[in-house]
Design a protein around this ligand. Structure first.
Ligand code: PMP
Length: 374
């Protein structure tokens, strides 16, 4: 065995992937595990990639990203009310690449990072890799929202970042005006970076949005992705927006990690920004409403999802851990969900609506029958 660096000790396999793999061992199991659109990437985007390849775009792109894509991203963001220019944009390998660059590039030993939980597990992994302290702020007692008192009790002089993921994975919640006001109060004027992970924004109805508050711009880093709105998870393209001087420094880290995102994919992403994601958003909205109604009628309390494509029902009344509940549901009902424990939300499971309506209905029928056996 080749020796590993100390930082490898902190890495554990993803629970989301583990439960997806377990589902594959049961024939006919319906997987409501991965947060991955089942739609195919729209044809004009694929055509643009092919045309770029044919045109010989097979060489390195600049480390910060193709100027044409950075300009298109800046125009896209400016249009939605987030004025920025190409110098403030770094093209990354998905939002994962953006988050990796932000955590490793801005946080270190002794720094505390507040993460409202339940949360996407990558944030904890990146805290470990950057040797920063992951400080969970449990939002369950406040209906998965944030309050001034809860934040005030969590911020310390060592707090250096706060992660804001809205619409939220795994709860589907969108933070309310009052949650966002509490966040603003906690961070404004303090040396705390607001790391906004908004990967589900374009797939969700417009809601309160702290990224649009100009007073926070100097301390805000926005992580975005092409993965979800345009069903491009396998393309691995996203971006980071922040103050130009910070982005210039973080470009050096991105350069050491990846040099640059593939050139022809970046050109195709310019085309993606011209595609309207609202038909897919409408499909997820319909499914969220359907699954919410079905779960409620099964007697499972569930926060009402307002965005993304997840629901996070409470299964605690069955007296099983979320891990055991999900294992049994795979074995006994051929339906796979992800235990809430993977997100720091024990007592819940995450149900992803990334499959066709008929499959979703069948999965919920099976789940309903399963609950009756418990
Ligand atoms: N942030 C959140 C909240 C996510 O759910 C995901 C993907 N599941 C990502 C970031 C990463 O997305 P990607 O790297 O595909 O852009």
């Amino acid at each position: 065995m080749i020796p590993q660096s100390g930082r490898m000790e902190s890495l554990v396999p993803s629970g989301i992937r583990a439960f997806t793999a377990l589902a594959k061992t049961v024939p006919g199991c319906i997987e409501l595990t991965l947060g991955e659109p089942e739609f195919d990437t729209p044809q004009p985007i694929k055509d643009a990639a092919w045309a770029a390849l044919q045109a010989g775009q097979t060489h390195y792109a600049p480390n910060q990203g193709l100027p044409a894509l950075r300009e298109a991203v800046a125009a896209f963001e400016t249009k939605r009310g987030f004025p920025c220019d190409a110098g403030e944009v770094l093209i990354t390998a998905g939002a994962t690449g953006a988050l990796f660059t932000v955590f490793l590039g801005t946080l270190g030993p002794g720094d505390e990072v507040i993460v409202p939980t339940p949360a996407f597990p990558l944030y904890e992994t990146l805290c470990r890799l950057s040797q920063a302290k992951f400080v969970a702020l449990d939002t369950a007692p406040w209906g998965f929202q944030l309050t001034e008192a809860a934040l005030a009790a969590t911020v310390t002089p060592r707090t250096r970042a706060l992660v804001l993921n809205t619409p939220n994975n795994p709860t589907g919640t969108v933070y309310s005006e009052s949650s966002l006001a509490a966040v603003k109060k906690a961070v404004l004027g303090r040396p705390i970076t607001l790391i906004c992970d908004a990967v589900y924004q374009a797939l969700s109805p417009a809601g309160p949005d702290l990224t649009l508050d100009p007073t926070l711009r100097g301390q805000l880093l926005l992580c975005q992705s092409f993965s979800k709105p345009w069903a491009m998870t396998g393309w691995r393209v996203g971006y980071l927006i922040g103050p130009a001087e910070t982005v210039a420094r973080l470009t050096l880290l991105g350069a050491a990690e990846l040099a640059s995102v593939p050139t022809f994919l970046q050109t195709a992403c310019v085309a993606a920004l011209t595609q309207d994601p609202s038909p897919m958003a409408a499909a997820y909205e319909r499914r969220r409403a359907y699954v919410y109604t079905r779960l409620r009628s099964m007697g499972l309390p569930c926060p009402e999802p307002q965005g993304a494509f997840y629901l996070f029902p409470d299964i605690s009344r069955y007296g099983l851990t979320s891990d055991e509940f999900c294992r049994r549901m795979i074995r006994e009902a051929a339906v796979a969900a992800v235990p809430g424990s993977c997100f720091g939300g024990e007592g819940h499971i995450r149900v992803s609506c990334c499959c066709g309506d008929d499959t979703l209905a069948l999965a919920l029928d099976r789940m309903e029958a399963f609950l009756k056996t418990l």
